[in-house]
Design a protein around this ligand. Structure first.
Ligand SMILES: Nc1ncnc2c1ncn2[C@@H]1O[C@H](COP(=O)(O)OS(=O)(=O)O)[C@@H](OP(=O)(O)O)[C@H]1O
Ligand SMILES: [Mg+2]
Ligand SMILES: [Mg+2]
Ligand SMILES: [Mg+2]
Length: 336
């Protein structure tokens, strides 16, 4: 029997993402839905962000002590007198996940978070972590995801995403929630629930033409232009309403056939996408029978640091319609 690639990395990443997802769920339950929080108070998501990063980085450190990590967050806001209140909350929450022998001191907590400060690059292996992707989704009780990927020599080899609010079965939107997605390069894409470790292979839906397709896009038009995507939909003969959701849950949804096309159209000349917003999701898509490129048809280049400096926007779809989607994207964007 051929030994599965990256078996230990896969197992550790699943455990880390599940634990971090549970931290986020408990913060939401105790803080966001509590009465103490005002609408524009971002602190609950901040606490969950830092704790989730500390939890994942600690697991990675235990099993792969020399692996560097590109994580979205750093401990700056948790340091000194000004960071004391936040630090204490994050400390308590993070230690709630670990056994008595694994408890972190405050210093070790800050150190764990800052292990995410790696610059990335083209050689060797490193992890990319978004402790909460879709922070706005988290706050509104919508979609968010804990996203972890392993990048080796600039190529994503493993991606694990925890989506606490995503229904396990899209056909039962009011059914159980908490979906975990796993992809290893060359080994396919899988889904399981948070509570049952049985994994099911997933793939894109078998639409024959773009007319049958559904778009999936960001909730915020500031992150992807809704007006451009409407024009692209028209060119492709798409009549179904776009499904809007936050976070890399979009990649997960299309990979299991809930939608078909994820468009992230550039909204500004200056915004550069971050690797942690796309690494795990893009591998899931290609392993589920999809294709991913930027709006110019270039492969996403994860080898140039913490950002996707060489790319503009993202187009992900079922592989068989990708070139047609790209053509429509080009037609609309070139007129601007
Ligand atoms: N201007 C702009 N353009 C494009 N992308 C941006 C921009 N600003 C931020 N971000 C990043 O978007 C991440 C969330 O993406 P989403 O697809 O979830 O957006 S949305 O919440 O649905 O609007 C979000 O990830 P999180 O910070 O992890 O939530 C950001 O990294
Ligand atoms: Mg993000
Ligand atoms: Mg984030
Ligand atoms: Mg952020």
């Amino acid at each position: 029997m051929v030994k599965a690639a990256l078996a230990l990395e896969r197992k550790v990443a699943i455990q880390a993402v599940l634990q971090a997802s549970k931290v986020c769920q408990s913060v939401f339950k105790n803080l966001v839905s509590g009465e103490t929080i005002t609408k524009n108070d971002k602190s609950p998501v901040t606490v969950a962000d830092f704790s989730a990063q500390a939890v994942v980085n600690t697991y990675l450190r235990q099993h792969f002590p020399t692996d560097p990590i590109v994580g979205e967050e750093d401990s700056k806001d948790l340091r000194g007198e000004t960071g004391k209140a936040l630090r204490e909350k994050v400390h308590e929450l993070t230690n709630g996940v670990f056994s008595s022998s694994e408890q972190l001191t405050e210093d070790k907590l800050l150190e764990a978070i800052d292990r995410g400060n790696y610059a990335g690059g083209a050689t060797g292996r490193h992890w990319a972590l978004d402790p909460i992707d879709g922070t706005k989704g988290f706050l509104r009780g919508g979609q968010y995801a804990v996203c972890l990927a392993l990048i080796v020599n600039g190529e994503v080899q493993l991606g694990v995403m925890g989506c606490p609010n995503l229904p396990v079965d899209a056909k039962q939107p009011d059914g159980p929630r908490g979906s975990l997605f796993i992809a290893v390069k060359g080994e396919g894409a899988f889904q399981r629930s948070f509570t049952d470790s049985n994994e099911t292979p997933i793939k894109f839906s078998d639409i024959k033409s773009t007319q049958e397709a559904t778009f999936c896009e960001s909730v915020e038009s500031g992150h992807s232009s809704h007006s451009d995507s409407a024009k692209i939909a028209e060119l492709l003969g798409i009549t179904r309403e776009p499904v809007r959701m936050d976070s890399q849950a979009k990649y997960c949804s299309i990979s299991r056939g809930d939608g078909d096309i994820y468009l992230r159209l550039p909204v500004s000349e200056t915004y550069v996408e971050k690797i942690w917003d796309h690494a795990s999701g893009s591998l899931l898509v290609t392993e589920a029978g999809g294709a991913v490129s930027d709006v110019n048809g270039n492969k996403l280049d994860f080898s140039v640091g913490r950002t996707l400096l060489k790319n503009k926007g993202v187009i992900a779809s079922k592989a068989t319609i990708h070139s047609e989607v790209l053509k429509a994207v080009h037609e609309v964007l070139s007129k601007k």
